[in-house]
Design a protein around this ligand. Structure first.
Ligand SMILES: Nc1ncnc2c1ncn2[C@@H]1O[C@H](COP(=O)(O)OP(=O)(O)OP(=O)(O)O)[C@@H](O)[C@H]1O
Ligand SMILES: [Mg+2]
Length: 252
């Protein structure tokens, strides 16, 4: 049995009075890929933004219920610590436009005011780019702007930037939806490699992608967790009719 790294208990999220995540209790297994699936607007993005205390940054947004990271109460811990331990990659690659590739990777350290020697920085940059499978493509022009890269490379740069902080969990919100099929395949392959060192939570609309890369799947509908289990079991023998209808393309 795999161990749980992150657990939610009766998690609710609001925009003003509008509750968009409704009493979600979920355990994310460590060193696995878990996908969060469900139709547009069902609360996938909002749910994962509650994991690392990003949801509450939106004016009027509110969170209720519990989130535990390795048993520690996330909402009783300094948000900056949580955000360092739970990294995030967004749908659109968003490297800092004025920064070089090198500075993008090390940006988290700068923002957090973490002191390190230039040799240490070099090492972190190289290691993170290697983990993100981008090193060979960029090692000869680390001091060029990150925005000169292709979309797929930019997305791997954003993954490298998140990995540089050495997170326990990496949240990926539709990381390939802005990429072409080749760049998508590269990122999927990368996810398979990454799960050896970091727990991944992937939001995706792409059912085939979820089948290819994820070990576990959570199916969300209208803010509620309908079903959670091994991806293969969900795809072959969903227990809930709504899961089955979604997976067979009847809605979503
Ligand atoms: N900034 C916001 N202010 C108010 N309501 C919002 C905001 N962001 C999202 N919502 C609402 O919250 C609900 C959940 O949105 P969320 O973005 O979490 O869904 P999602 O499952 O990620 O959708 P998609 O698949 O389209 O990305 C939706 O009804 C949406 O309209
Ligand atoms: Mg979303």
């Amino acid at each position: 049995m795999e161990s749980t790294i992150l657990r939610t208990e009766g998690l609710c999220a609001y925009f003003g009075e509008n509750r968009v995540v409704n009493k979600v209790s979920l355990s994310i297994p460590e060193m696995m890929v878990t996908t969060v699936m469900g139709p547009s607007g069902c609360g996938k993005t909002t749910l994962i933004r509650c994991f690392n205390r990003i949801h509450e940054l939106i004016p009027g947004a509110k969170v209720e219920g519990k989130v535990f990271l390795r048993g520690e109460d996330v909402y009783a811990t300094e948000p900056m610590i949580i955000r360092r331990r739970i990294g995030m990659v967004f749908q659109r690659p968003n490297p800092f436009p004025t920064m070089t590739i090198y500075d993008n990777v090390i940006a988290g350290y700068k923002l957090n005011g973490v002191k390190r020697s230039s040799a240490e920085s070099d090492e972190i940059v190289e290691e993170s780019l290697k983990k993100a499978a981008l090193w060979d493509e960029v090692k000869n022009h680390l001091h060029r702007k990150g925005t000169f890269l292709s979309g797929g490379q930019q997305q791997r740069l954003c993954i490298a930037r998140a990995l540089a902080m050495n997170p326990d969990i990496l949240l990926l919100d539709e990381p390939t939806s802005a990429l072409d099929p080749k760049a998508t395949a590269r990122v999927e392959q990368l996810m398979a490699e990454l799960k050896r060192t970091v727990t991944l939570v992937l939001v995706t609309h792409n059912i085939a992608q979820a089948g290819r890369v994820s070990d576990f799947t959570a199916f969300l509908y209208l803010g509620e967790l309908v079903e959670f289990g091994p991806t293969e079991r969900l795809h072959t023998a969903p227990k809930d009719k709504r899961t089955e209808e979604f997976l067979t393309g009847k809605f979503g």
